[in-house]
Design a protein around this ligand. Structure first.
Ligand code: ADP
Length: 159
């Protein structure tokens, strides 16, 4: 199987993202996790910080590399010679947005298919926004992100 890219904001990377990236690495020879700029989301971490955290989180999986990218995902797909775009689907609530994006990407580039993967059930409710909210309110996020991510996040949100 060829190369897939796995784009996202990863602000910060969670066990849900890691679960999807690892699943993708069992299907594709090479997976490029693409940390994208997303001004709409007003990220807590800079792109460089998100790349560092994602690299650390995924360092034990040799097929996965992590890069930062500002620009259209379809251009990134072409740059890496990928034939698939991985996205995670947690619940029906993800479907509208994900389908919109998948159809738009297909419209711009027909040579790549969007492939949706489901996480383990234990991560099906997990998202970075929730993790940041819990951290801001002093809750325990140890079950949602690796230790080094937790420490970095607490450094950011707890003043
Ligand atoms: P984006 O801004 O692209 O939605 P995210 O970092 O929020 O960036 O998510 C990147 C991808 O990872 C998306 O496809 C999202 O659905 C998926 N994802 C995020 N959290 C989870 C999770 N807990 N389980 C499965 N997929 C997830």
């Amino acid at each position: 199987m060829p190369t897939a890219i796995y784009p996202g904001t990863f602000d910060p990377i969670t066990y849900g993202h890691i679960d999807i990236a690892v699943r993708a690495s069992k299907i594709f020879t090479k997976v490029v996790a693409v940390v994208a700029t997303n001004p709409a989301k007003n990220p807590v971490f800079s792109m460089e910080e998100r790349v560092v955290l994602a690299r650390e989180a995924l360092k034990d999986v040799p097929q996965i590399t992590v890069v930062g990218y500002s620009g259209l995902i379809v251009n990134c797909v072409k740059e890496y010679g990928a034939s698939a775009i991985i996205r995670g689907l947690r619940a029906m609530s993800d479907v509208d947005y994900e389908f919109q994006m998948a159809y738009t990407n297909r419209n711009m580039l027909t040579s790549a298919e969007t492939v949706f993967l489901m996480p383990s059930a234990e991560y099906a409710y997990l998202n970075s926004t929730l993790v940041k909210q819990i951290a801001r309110h002093g809750g325990d996020i140890g079950g949602f992100v690796p230790e080094f991510v937790k420490n970095k996040l607490l450094g950011k949100v707890v003043c």
